[in-house]
Design a protein around this ligand. Structure first.
Ligand code: COA
Length: 156
């Protein structure tokens, strides 16, 4: 009988983003977004009271997220999974992690904005039952001018 190799999923580790993570996070961000966050955005996030997370698999950065919590409302500012690791439910794992953390911080609702053209983002938020509560006109820069944002929310 030939040995069948056992495939073990690599466990994910979540930890708070620190200044030492910013180079790797910024490199990932610049690979992913035509209009990326700046180094200053990430440095401000880790120095402020924002909830900024990195997600690693076998010591490699595979995703990150930034959330603010003000009283009982949380706002998702960034959630990203590196392209090589997409469609492996890491987005789901990151959302579960950040929502549990926001809840522990006292948040009762989570708000976010997403581009109408962002099929992956919309699918992720649909998975978690976010509902549309508004639209911000010309909110995002886009290749062809500006793009609206869909505003979504969910009780957490
Ligand atoms: C959005 C993002 C975080 C999703 O991460 P991911 O790890 O690939 O997503 P998951 O594997 O956890 O999938 C979650 C759900 O989204 C769906 N999905 C993911 N990518 C999709 C795509 N490109 N098109 C359609 N559906 C998609 C999955 O099928 C799954 O749906 P299900 O629960 O109904 O089965 C990732 O695509 C990403 O980093 N995109 C670039 C950054 C970005 O746009 N962030 C959001 C800004 S608002």
């Amino acid at each position: 009988m030939s040995a069948v190799p056992e495939i073990r999923p690599v466990p994910l580790a979540f930890r708070p983003m620190g200044e030492a993570d910013v180079d790797a996070v910024l490199a990932a961000e610049q690979r992913m977004y035509p209009f990326p966050w700046t180094r200053g955005n990430f440095v401000d996030s880790v120095r402020s009271a924002y909830r900024a997370w990195v997600c690693e698999a076998a010591g490699e950065l595979v995703g990150y997220a930034v959330v603010t919590v003000t009283l009982d409302e949380a706002q998702l500012l960034n959630i990203s999974v590196v392209p090589e690791r997409r469609r492996q439910r890491l987005g789901v794992a990151l959302m579960e992690h950040l929502m549990a953390d926001a809840r522990r911080q006292g948040a009762k609702q989570l708000f976010l904005e997403v581009r109408p053209s962002n099929a992956a983002g919309l699918a992720l938020y649909a998975h978690f039952g976010f509902h549309r509560i508004g639209r911000r006109r010309d909110y995002y820069p886009a290749e062809t001018g500006r793009e609206d944002a869909i505003v979504m929310a969910r009780v957490i």
